[in-house]
Design a protein around this ligand. Structure first.
Ligand code: GRF
Length: 188
């Protein structure tokens, strides 16, 4: 099977990256992770890139030369999918347009509810009974692109921010891989 060449963008722990690397090892999973981009060299998730011998680059959106260099790397590697996974910077329209492919993101809420940061606090504050995660296409407007897949989970009365995060993240690992399978099985 010829796999789509993908790059995962991270900023932090990289647990979604870890899970995507695992899925990509399956022979019939549609993508291979050919490189990782991080907004900071301090991201813990870079450990998973190093451990799996996946090349990685640090992207500084404020440095145009660096942006051009990374875009060139992605082109050279024929990357046709970028998976944002805990990437904490906002990609400008310019970058989205210049990358000639698809960019998708995972967000820890049932969009369009609770865009942006601190979703778990908001879910608790508004006493939601159900929450979840969304994988969506990235557009110039934050957390607003077309949805690919959502998964839901119950919010318990005694859930805290941390317990909710744990629950939703567990769901995310399954959801992200399923969304990628769904994305590339359209039209078959
Ligand atoms: C995930 O919950 C994701 O939904 C959000 O940031 C978190 C990243 O976690 N955008 P990790 O770095 O993949 O562990």
């Amino acid at each position: 099977m010829v796999k789509i060449k993908a790059c995962v963008f991270i900023s932090g722990t990289g647990s979604n990256l870890k899970s995507l690397i695992k899925s990509s090892r399956e022979y019939n999973f549609p993508i291979n992770i050919n490189c990782v981009v991080s907004s900071t060299k301090k991201a813990k998730g870079l450990y998973f890139a190093r451990r799996n011998k996946i090349p990685y680059y640090i992207l500084d959106l404020n440095n145009q030369l660096n942006v051009e260099t990374i875009l060139q790397k992605l082109r050279e590697k024929n990357i046709s999918l970028i998976c944002l996974a805990g990437y904490m910077k906002i990609l400008k329209k310019n970058f989205i347009n210049k990358f000639n492919g698809q960019i998708i993101n995972i967000h820890p809420s049932l969009l369009p509810k609770y865009k942006g940061l601190d979703t778990f606090s908001k879910v608790l504050k508004y006493k939601e009974k159900i929450t979840g995660c969304t994988i969506h296409h990235v557009s110039a407007d934050l957390d607003s692109g077309e949805k690919i897949l959502q998964k839901k989970v119950y919010v318990d009365q005694n859930d805290s921010k941390n317990s909710l995060r744990t629950k939703v993240q567990k769901l995310e690992y399954k959801a992200y891989s399923e969304a990628i399978i769904k994305l590339f099985s359209i039209g078959l």
